[in-house]
Design a protein. Structure first.
Length: 129
C-alpha cells in the first residue's frame, strides 16, 4: 500500500482545492482558499510548501508562477483516514460505528433508508438477492 503523508486539517483544505482544480497555480489556490477560509496569502503559500515537502504535492515552475499537482489521490487519503478513524474509535469495525450512530439517534429515517438502498444495490451488484 502506498504511504500517505500526514496532513493537518488546514493542509487538507488546501489539498481539496488542488484535487478539484489541478493542475493549479499558486495565485489560483490562494484565490479559492481565501474565499473559503480567512487566511492570508502567505499562510496558504506556507501550506503549499509544507505539502510539497511532505510529498503530497509536486510543483513545477511555469513562467513566474508555480503549478501544483497532487502526488496522492483524494480517495487514497480519505480511505486511509477512514480506516484510522475506525481503528481508533471502533476497533476497526464499521458495524460498531453504525450501531453507535443508531443507538445515539444520530441517523435519521432518511439516513437509514439511504443505507438500506446502498446495501441493496451492493448485494445486487455482487449477484446476491
Amino acid at each position: 500500500m502506498k504511504e500517505i503523508p500526514q496532513i493537518s486539517e488546514a493542509e487538507y483544505e488546501v489539498m481539496k482545492v488542488v484535487w478539484k482544480n489541478e493542475p493549479i497555480s499558486t495565485p489560483e489556490v490562494v484565490e479559492i482558499v481565501s474565499k473559503k477560509v480567512d487566511w492570508k496569502p502567505n499562510t496558504i503559500q506556507t501550506m503549499l510548501s509544507r505539502l510539497v515537502k511532505k510529498k503530497a504535492l509536486k510543483t513545477r515552475k511555469q513562467g513566474r508562477v508555480f503549478i501544483y499537482t497532487s502526488l496522492i489521490e483524494e480517495h487514497e487519503y480519505v480511505g486511509q483516514k477512514t480506516k484510522l478513524f475506525l481503528k481508533q474509535f471502533f476497533g476497526g469495525a464499521l458495524n460498531s460505528m453504525v450501531l453507535n450512530f443508531i443507538e445515539n439517534d444520530q441517523l435519521s429515517k432518511e439516513d437509514i433508508s439511504e443505507l438500506r438502498k446502498i446495501l441493496s444495490e451492493k448485494d445486487m451488484k455482487e449477484g446476491k438477492k
